[in-house]
Design a protein around this ligand. Structure first.
Ligand SMILES: *Cc1c(COP(=O)(O)O)cnc(C)c1O
Length: 365
């Protein structure tokens, strides 16, 4: 049995450090916004090269609160991709704004800058690119569009922790960015968690209020806020993993390149790196006309596999009605043929070879 993500192997390496930190938290009873959350915020801000990092309860909340803090609201249009996890668009809906879905690049699966330009209207207030599967979106072009049209740029970095573009982190380019620490993400907690980053002092102050019941001083409330704090115990776990994140991402890249080398002669489309940024391979995603056959063979061999994402957002029941008439040919074609293989820093060479062997046997049968 080969799982999509081997969290057990990762835990074995950091067990002692985490057990020590958790025991200390329990001894000290510092459960809410304690010293580990504070330290983690400082450490991530330094690592990501941003002025402020604010821990929140999930990646979904990170995007929601970022939109609120940036002043996006009722009737505003936010241009984004339909080839992403639902939370990207949910966050836009939570603030009363309208997600405007545009097509993706057929090679990187990231939002297409030319499609963004065509979708801008007087109501457009923000662009929310997703660095899908860990590959940075074309931030050079997207930043230029935002500058030209005076739009907010809010990055969905839920799959791209540690991915750099010319030495700069994804998340450090937009006006703000949201990260997820869902257990299977590149940087994963042992439960839910998230982070918002920004260089703007006012946005950061608003985010700190919003995540804690609209309050800066206990029992004094300035705005209607939320209960959305990063949990102290999760911060202990995240601090241990943050120290090793570059090493983990490097190992993911190694696994991905090994897969691609072994499958170079197969009738499949392996991931394309556009070289604009560093891919951290949150997922290793391929295209095949024979997807169902390949998935069946992998399942029969007890190898983890998944389809991210089978139904693009504009075709989901929740958005079908408001997106009637929206056609995204590239997104739809990719969703019909994509599938993802197990990837994590601890995937052994023999496992990679076994997985490729199963795919090869099926495609060459
Ligand atoms: C995981 C994910 C989210 C949501 O994060 P949660 O922590 O699960 O709320 C948002 N956007 C993308 C692209 C994601 O992959």
């Amino acid at each position: 049995m080969i799982p999509m993500v081997n969290l057990k192997a990762q835990y074995a390496e950091i067990k002692e450090e985490i057990e020590f930190g958790l025991a200390q938290t329990i001894d000290n009873c510092t459960f809410i916004l304690g010293p580990n959350v504070q330290a983690f915020e400082q450490e991530t801000a330094a690592y990501l090269g941003v002025k402020h990092a604010i821990g929140v309860a999930s990646g979904t909340d990170a995007l929601h609160l970022a939109l609120l803090a940036e002043g996006i609201g009722e009737g505003d249009e936010v241009i984004t991709t339909a080839f992403t996890f639902i939370a990207t668009a949910e966050a836009i809906k939570y603030v009363g704004a309208v997600p405007v879905f545009v097509d993706i690049d057929p090679k990187t699966f990231n939002i297409c800058p030319e499609a963004i330009t065509k979708a801008i209207t007087p109501k457009t207030k923000a662009i929310m690119p997703v660095h899908l599967f860990g590959q940075p979106a074309d931030m050079g072009k997207i930043s230029a569009i935002c500058q030209q049209h005076q739009l907010k740029l809010i990055e969905d970095c839920c799959q791209s922790f540690g991915a750099r573009i010319n030495g700069k982190q994804t998340g450090a380019i937009g006006s703000s960015a949201g990260y997820s620490f869902f257990p299977s993400k590149n940087l994963g907690a042992f439960g839910d968690g998230g982070l918002v980053v920004t260089d703007c002092d006012e946005t950061a102050a608003m985010l700190r209020q919003l995540r804690n019941h609209g309050s800066n001083v206990r029992y004094y409330h300035d705005v209607v806020g939320y209960n959305s704090r990063l949990d102290e115990m999760q911060a202990v776990i995240l601090r241990a993993k943050l120290k090793r994140i570059d090493q983990y991402n490097q190992a993911r890249r190694r696994v991905a390149h090994r897969y691609s080398a072994l499958m170079a002669d197969l009738p499949l489309t392996t991931p394309y790196e556009d070289g604009l940024g560093e891919h951290v391979y949150h997922q290793y995603t391929l295209l095949s006309e024979h997807r169902e056959d390949v998935l069946q063979a992998l399942q029969a061999a007890q190898i983890g596999c998944a389809v991210y994402y089978p139904v693009p957002l504009h075709q989901q029941n929740v958005f079908k009605q408001e997106c009637a008439g929206v056609h995204l040919p590239v997104t739809e074609a990719v969703a019909a043929t994509c599938f993802s293989l197990p990837i994590c820093p601890f995937l052994a060479d023999e496992s990679i070879e076994k997985i490729v062997g199963v795919i090869r046997d099926r495609l060459q049968a």
